[in-house]
Write a protein that binds this ligand. Structure first.
Ligand code: ADP
Ligand code: ADP
Ligand code: MG
Length: 452
């Protein structure tokens, strides 16, 4: 096992990784930007080092500064968390040349899955169904030809996109043509590649993703699924494990496809295979995220497996110590992402100093956060402030616990998405498990507007 790990991240995920290291008896090194000098991840780590100013490009994305800190602190490995450098195959490769383990899959795997077009091709070869679309990156003419043949509406997607960005809907050939050029320019500017492709826009799908875990000794496990269909602007808001949408039979089929997907790219570590499920129980590979995910705690709650610890163990070459038949899904778990955003003002970022911070506790409630009273929320970074996760013997109990927990939660000084979560948890459609990827924005938000 490693002696010391550097965590190349901030906020709740840096704290989460430090906690796993502590339990494993591994020392930790935090890195931080100027405004983060007093952040929780810095306080909790054994050692820390400043790596630059607030701007992420000059700190949390500053490869030279991070590797410099890793060398000075004599670490064995780097954990990238999610976002920032987590899916940067170049960074993963450079770590190797510096004699450091990157806690994640091989650089080639990250690269192969980082391009949505390359990933789709690989999955088709492996027999995993993908959303019908152009065979690879396409020109405007090829996009129009595909859409005319397959039918509108279609989505234009950036091959290198992520975080819900770089996706556009086109209802007609004219819309498709009008959007294509600017989408390519935007993709080049945001993701460093102008490559676009087009796929069918499924109406009212569910987003269901499978957590996988694989070691360097040929073992691949799935840890069941999460439903991440509650989204705003294609970004996840609330997740649950399991998915109320799946039948046991569909669950088994999708789990097998997720394991096949991981095997096809010789996956090592923790990863997520994302699928869309349509109204006829057909499922389609969407993408694979080659990192720890925001919503991983829900899976930890139902399986009892510490995914971050396993991620570190397999990076250190240890074999997984359990087989598939020992992975059991017990009960139900829900996660609410609490963002520093103002739900009454089109979810505008709400930076500022937290004057009161009283997170919930009590039976079967977990809070993953990086905040505390007096903490100042920055505009430079992701607005995710905290995650509340509940467990119950069944879905109604997990939801009731979450409602109780959010009722206890007090935050003052900034605006948060807490009020929206409280309303979702009381919504009859949500309680019945009847929602799709469009429900939150189209049905739920429209109801709020009517009431206001
Ligand atoms: P998850 O599937 O874990 O919920 P998200 O899509 O919410 O992941 O992304 C987690 C974090 O990673 C967010 O901060 C998001 O903005 C960031 N992220 C994901 N993909 C990319 C990307 N391709 N480029 C930049 N940031 C990304
Ligand atoms: P990202 O890399 O940004 O996470 P994804 O391909 O995972 O992009 O898609 C993000 C979300 O966009 C999905 O969860 C879903 O809500 C929506 N989406 C993506 N592709 C489709 C599609 N073909 N049809 C309908 N919705 C889609
Ligand atoms: Mg995705």
């Amino acid at each position: 096992m490693y002696q010391k790990i550097l965590i190349a991240n901030r906020g709740e995920i840096a704290v989460r990784v430090i906690r796993a290291c502590r339990e494993l008896g591994v020392r930790t090194v935090a890195v931080y930007s100027e405004p983060d000098h007093d952040a929780l991840h810095v306080r909790l780590a054994d050692e820390s080092e400043a790596i630059g100013p607030a701007k992420a490009a000059e700190s949390y994305l500053n490869v030279q500064a991070i590797l410099g800190a890793a060398t000075r602190h004599h670490v064995d490995a780097i954990h990238p968390g999610y976002g920032f450098l987590a899916e940067n195959s170049h960074f993963a490769a450079v770590c190797k040349t510096w004699g450091l383990d990157f806690i994640g899959p091989e650089p080639e795997t990250i690269e192969r899955m980082g391009s949505k077009t390359a990933a789709r091709q690989r999955m088709q070869q492996a027999g995993v169904p993908v959303v019908p679309g152009t065979p690879g990156a396409c020109s405007e003419e090829e996009a129009v030809a595909f859409a005319t043949e397959a039918g509108f509406p279609v989505l234009i997607k950036a091959s290198a996109g992520g975080g819900g960005r770089g996706i556009r809907v086109a209802q007609t050939p004219d819309e498709l043509r009008a959007a294509f050029g600017s989408a390519a320019r935007e993709a080049a500017a945001s993701f460093g590649s102008p490559e676009l492709y087009v796929e069918r826009y499924l109406s009212s799908p569910r987003h269901v993703e499978f957590q996988v875990l694989a070691d360097r000794h040929g073992h691949v496990l799935h840890l069941f699924e999460r439903d991440s269909s509650l989204q705003r602007r294609r970004q996840k808001v609330l997740e649950e494990a399991l998915s109320p949408r799946l039948t046991p039979r569909l669950r088994a089929e999708m789990a097998a496809a997720a394991v096949a997907a991981a095997r096809a790219v010789h996956y090592v570590g923790a990863g997520t295979v994302e699928f869309l499920v349509d109204g006829d129980d057909r499922f389609y590979f969407l993408e694979m995220n080659t990192r720890i995910q925001v919503e991983h705690p829900t899976t930890e709650m139902i399986t009892g497996i510490d995914i971050v610890k396993e991620q570190i163990r397999v990076a250190a070459n240890e074999p997984l110590r359990i087989g598939q038949s020992e992975v059991e899904a017990r009960g139900w778990s829900v996660e609410c992402r609490i963002n520093a955003e103002d739900p009454d003002n089109r979810f505008a970022p709400s930076p500022g100093t937290i004057t009161r911070w009283s997170p919930p506790a009590g039976p079967w409630v977990r809070v993953d956060d990086g905040a505390y009273p007096g903490y100042t929320v920055q505009t430079h970074y992701d607005s995710l402030l905290c995650k509340v996760i509940s467990w119950g013997r069944d879905r109604p109990e997990a939801i009731a616990r979450m409602s109780r927990a959010l009722a206890e939660f007090e935050v003052e000084g900034i605006r948060t998405t807490l009020p929206m979560h409280r309303r979702i948890l009381a919504d009859p459609d949500f309680l019945a498990g009847l929602y799709d990827t469009g429900w939150l924005e189209n049905t739920f938000m429209a109801r709020g507007a009517q009431r206001a």
